[in-house]
Design a protein. Structure first.
Length: 518
């Protein structure tokens, strides 16, 4: 092992007298080190602390495995270098993060280092500042960058050059010469050609934008908004350079016609709702403008018959009402007739309610239907009806769920709009246990250390049915827990001898004798 190495012992085996192989864990054995100053032991983990040798003894039931472990010294650093070249030149404002740090060790291995493993300094922090492993060019001139690790130093000279100056300032996205009142335009495509030949992309936050007539064209950041007809000069300034554009604001088109291309309903039933859509305005310039309900005003001549909320109509009572939709002095008027709603003709179940239930059974009512006076069939949910039981001590009702509690009969009434469905439910007693047995053979003998899980538990009921049981349904006991221990439905052979195992369910008992051998 090398100093600092850790190793966890595994693969422990014990060959038993009966020929079987037993898997052991480190918690089953004792592990010691003859020189804990060289190899320390914690549970089953070895840790190399210092060079030299140490015997490791692993003991189990009087048997010992002895192994000699030699701890070798760790490798020392042979060379320290960068495999990613440090920049020899930077411009003011540039940043660079050091990477590619490597150490060649005395054992021939290459160790990857991070900036947190080394110390980085600058001879002129006023020119090149160092923060962790990041270099930042602050002012023109030179600075030595020293990177140190374990007594080794890499030195690089970095030259900071002055930044380029602006040669030209222009837009490569066409600027609008005309806008209509209400139009908005966001400036984009700002460019600066620098003295070193590079092109610098600018954002509106880099420049200053002004309007000669803010009452005609308003400026917010880089966004222009046309407010009134006329002209305005837009000046975009950057580092003493100015782009000037003349913008003409034209009057907006006026409305010629206002119409619906989605017909408003002429009739509604009480309770119906309708959302207005398809609003259009034909403008003086020939364009068609799509409108939303938030652009118009909607009113009802009889709000007690047809109520209006935003662009939604709701039929409240039978009769007629005029609906007026207004926009910029234009009005669409429609007459809406509200018809009475259909009344209930019949109320029935198309899913039969159970006539019998057993104690403990639950049933959820479904298939509720109402036949209306207009011939339609209305599906109902249990939240639409009222369900009651004449004997809640026998059949309890929660919402639309019936639960059988005790034997006997109870009338179940389901009511809706003055109609009632009445059903008689008979609750039958539950079956009792007749016999209790195992259909999986129980072991008569076990060896020390063996484990067995009880299964195949059955109960024959008075109604002739067979009920499958789990170990959580029964009680399992051992007459001698020092020989056979019981944990839930698991048996574990602990020592030689015999023990009675009793399995009890509803006063029925299965008794089995188990003999434990070596």
């Amino acid at each position: 092992m090398k100093i600092g190495d850790k190793y966890t012992i595994s693969g422990l085996k014990a060959k038993m007298s009966d020929g079987t192989i037993k898997d052991l864990s480190v918690s089953d054995v004792t592990v010691t080190s003859s020189r804990t100053d060289r190899v320390n032991v914690t549970g089953g983990e070895l840790e190399a602390l210092a060079s030299g040798t140490s015997y490791i003894d692993i003991s189990y039931n009087g048997k010992t495995i002895r192994k000699l472990v030699t701890v070798e010294s760790t490798a020392t650093i042979g060379d320290f270098y960068l495999d990613t070249a440090l920049p020899s030149t930077m411009k003011i404002g540039d940043k660079y993060t050091i990477s590619g740090l490597k150490a060649k060790m005395s054992d021939g291995t290459i160790k990857d280092l991070s900036v947190s493993d080394v110390t980085v300094t600058s001879s002129r922090t006023d020119r090149v500042n160092v923060t962790g492993g990041e270099l930042e060019a602050l002012a023109s001139g030179t600075s030595y960058i020293d990177i140190s690790y374990n007594g080794k130093t890499i030195r690089k000279l970095v030259t900071v050059e002055s930044t380029a100056t602006i040669g030209d300032f222009y837009l490569d996205t066409a600027f609008p010469s005309t806008m209509k009142i209400g139009d908005k335009y966001t400036i984009s495509g700002l460019k600066a050609k620098m003295s070193d030949g590079t092109i610098k992309d600018l954002s509106v936050s880099d420049v200053t934008v002004t309007s000669s007539r803010t009452d005609r064209v308003n400026v917010t950041g880089g966004e222009l908004e046309a407010l009134a007809s006329g002209t305005s000069y837009i000046d975009i300034s950057y580092n003493g350079k100015i782009i000037r554009k003349l913008v003409t604001v034209e009057s907006t088109a006026t409305i010629v016609d206002f119409y619906l291309d989605t017909a408003l309903p002429s009739t509604m039933k009480i309770g119906d709702k309708y959302t207005i859509s398809g609003l259009k305005a034909k403008m003086s310039d020939g364009t068609i403008k799509d409108l939303s309900v938030s652009d118009v005003t909607v009113t009802s001549s009889r709000t007690d018959r047809v109520n209006v909320t935003g662009g939604e109509l709701e039929a409240l009572a039978s009769g007629t009402s005029y609906i007026d939709i207004s926009y910029n002095g234009k009005t669409i008027r429609k007459l809406v007739t509200v018809e009475s709603t259909a009344t209930i003709g019949d109320f029935y179940l198309d899913t039969a309610l159970p006539s019998t239930m057993k104690i403990g059974d639950k049933y959820t009512i479904s298939g509720l239907k109402a036949k209306m006076s207009d011939g339609t069939i209305k599906d109902l949910s249990v939240s639409d009806v009222t369900v009651t039981s004449s004997r809640t001590d026998r059949v309890n009702v929660t919402g639309g769920e019936l639960e059988a509690l005790a034997s006997g009969t109870s009338y179940i009434d389901i009511s809706y709009n003055g109609k009632i469905i009445r059903k008689l439910v008979t609750v039958e007693s539950t079956a009792t246990i007749v016999d209790f047995y195992l259909d999986t053979a129980f072991p008569s003998t076990m060896k020390i250390g063996d484990k067995y899980t009880i299964s195949g538990l059955k109960a024959k009921m008075s109604d002739g049915t067979i009920k499958d049981l789990s170990v959580s349904d029964v009680t399992v006991t051992s007459s001698r827990t020092d020989r056979v221990n019981v944990n839930g439905g698991d048996l574990e052979a602990i020592s030689k001898g015999t023990s009675y195992i009793d399995i009890i369910y509803n006063n029925k008992r299965i008794r089995s004798l188990i003999t434990v051998s070596q």
